[in-house]
Design a protein around this ligand. Structure first.
Ligand code: NOJ
Length: 550
């Protein structure tokens, strides 16, 4: 049954517990609040929730600086609340994926505190130390401009320690077998508490051999196979979703040639080209990346397709010229840019709140090859708060209603401020208002998710590009068993006509529009003459009616 490989056709929704719903009025979202909103999420149509880190943490990096991997931060609730929540999710058929942050810990983690206290500490070799400052200490920072170095002196340890990210996030020495064993224990713990998978943070750095005297970029891929083997022994249908922003040709090694490493990876190459296409109307680089990322995926593996997430929109792999064009369109003010490579905005404000462009973007999210991953609040077109530092601007609380604080909390001062004013403030953009409006983005999202679920060809089938003869048009055909689906998108702000040959020559099949009555009949040569409105999109079933045949 195709549903056995559940992650191939899941709809993933990522959220931070602290920003979702506060149930006890302390100004921070919590597991009780999230549990209260499970009916909303189920009704929306998502099938899987990805929770960003909620373990105990000083939260200097949105929780990606953990001090106890086996805990729930007190402000979110208790382990008991977590188990009650996963149970409530399961009763609604929702799966839970959590972040697995094991490239580094917080510098306040007891392991690091022990490691720095003495060279004889049992945890000394859990981190990476150097008596001298390594020659390459000022290279390889993930947050350039904010982070100054990757090796920082520690007075207590009397040595430098390595940190790929901020200096309060010392890297674990993942090559150490004791550390690897601990990582498995952490996975085992959360699996036992009911999670269906992990979003593995910073995967290329986890497997990179690092240290003061290490040269080159040797990657320890076997580690990924071990993680997977362990996870699947514990839970057969567990899925690992890797955050690895690597070029297409390197992805195969992360998936494993035999499909024995990561089940899923985010498709960063397609993501970056999509934004280039939104900015310029030129979809050719997207098409190139769809070709480049197609055959690198083993049969049982899958891409995660996404538009925005809790980080900056990373454009680091575009050419400088391409990046400049995206900056000019979506981040004209330098304060909107980050780390020299990214944009710290949400999608809706980038697209000027233009409903046509938003529908185009989300129609692509739900029809490009892979599993869609949606960022909380994007279903209502939430905006950002650029007065907040770095990436916090697009992590503001969920806007539920026009009540004070957008219905997120009864506290006067939420820990993270709610967006209050302007076109994207909670009076203008909130769930309650959109739920009542049949034409709202929220109701459109619900419907498009329903259609995505009726199109398993996208997650399970083969796909190929169809010739459109126009750089602004992208057409894809999916085939699975006896079914075929054709999707067409117009990236231009003007009407476009095209002649499409979706099948073999002389094919008499009609294109059944599954979103409207606007079907298309072929001419004698099997060609379809289509006209798409500015930023228009079409989802067609080829041949028989609009239902899938099993
Ligand atoms: C990637 C996460 O998405 C990001 O938010 C975080 O800052 C780094 N990894 C470090 O954990």
């Amino acid at each position: 049954m195709f549903s056995d490989i559940w992650y191939k056709n899941a709809i993933i929704y990522s959220l931070s517990v602290g920003s979702f719903l506060d149930s006890n009025g302390d100004g921070v979202g919590d597991f009780h609040g999230l549990e209260e909103r499970l009916d909303y999420l189920q009704g929306l149509g998502v099938t899987t929730l990805w929770l960003m880190p909620f373990q105990r943490s000083p939260r200097r990096d949105h929780g990606y600086d953990i001090v106890d991997h086996y805990s729930i931060d007190r402000c979110y609730g208790t382990l008991g609340d977590f188990v009650a929540f996963t149970h409530a999710a399961r009763t609604r058929g929702l799966r839970i994926i959590i972040d697995l942050v094991i490239n580094h810990t917080s510098d306040r983690h007891p392991w690091f505190q022990s490691a720095r206290s003495s060279p004889d500490s049992p945890h000394r070799d859990w981190y990476l130390w150097s008596k001298e400052k390594p020659a390459n200490a000022d290279e390889g920072m993930v947050f350039p401009g904010v982070q100054e170095t990757t090796w920082t002196w520690d007075d207590k340890a009397e040595a430098y320690y390595f940190h790929r990210f901020y200096k309060f996030q010392p890297d674990l020495n993942t090559a150490n077998p004791a550390v690897q064993e601990e990582i498995l224990k952490i996975m085992g713990f959360w699996i036992q508490l009911g999670v269906s998978g992990f979003r593995m943070d910073a995967v290329p750095f986890i497997i990179m051999r690092e240290g003061a005297n290490v040269t080159g970029q040797e990657l320890q891929f076997d580690m990924l196979r071990n993680f997977r083997a362990f996870a699947q022994w514990r839970r057969g249908d567990l899925a690992l979703l890797a955050e690895a922003n690597v070029p297409p040709e390197e992805s195969t090694e992360f998936f494993g040639r035999d499909g024995d490493r990561m089940h899923m990876m985010f498709n960063f190459p397609v993501n970056q080209r999509l934004f280039y296409a939104f900015a310029t109307g030129d979809a050719r680089p997207v098409a190139e990346m769809l070709d480049a990322t197609r055959d690198v995926v083993p049969d049982t593996a899958q891409w995660g397709i996404f538009l925005r997430n809790h980080d900056e929109l990373d454009l680091g792999r575009l050419s400088e010229e391409q990046r400049d064009r995206v900056f000019a369109a979506f981040a004209p003010d330098p304060s909107m840019r980050l780390y020299g490579r990214g944009i710290r905005r949400r999608l809706a404000p980038m697209l000027g709140g233009d409903r046509r462009r938003l529908e185009l973007a989300y129609s692509l999210l739900f029809t490009l090859p892979g599993t869609p991953v949606l960022y909380y609040g994007d279903e209502i077109g939430m905006g950002d708060d650029l007065s907040l530092p770095e990436r916090d601007g697009c992590r503001t609380p969920m806007q539920w209603s026009a009540d004070p604080q957008g219905g997120f909390t009864t506290a006067d001062k939420p820990v993270h401020p709610v967006i209050r004013d302007g076109d994207f403030g909670f009076h203008a953009i909130n769930v309650a208002k959109q739920r009542r409006d049949p034409q709202s983005l929220l109701n459109w999202m619900e419907r498009i998710m329903r259609m995505r679920k009726e199109c398993p060809e996208i997650g399970l089938g083969t796909n190929r590009l169809l010739d459109t003869g126009d750089p602004a048009l992208l057409a894809l055909r999916y085939d699975w068993r006896d079914n075929a689906l054709v999707v067409v998108h117009n990236f231009a702000g003007e009407e476009k006509s095209l002649i499409l040959e979706p099948g073999e020559k002389d094919c008499t099949d009609q294109l059944v529009n599954i979103l409207s009555d606007n079907h298309s009949h072929p001419d004698e040569a099997g060609r379809h003459h289509l006209t798409l409105e500015p930023y228009g999109y079409r989802w067609f079933r080829l041949g028989r009616g609009d239902h899938l045949r099993e």
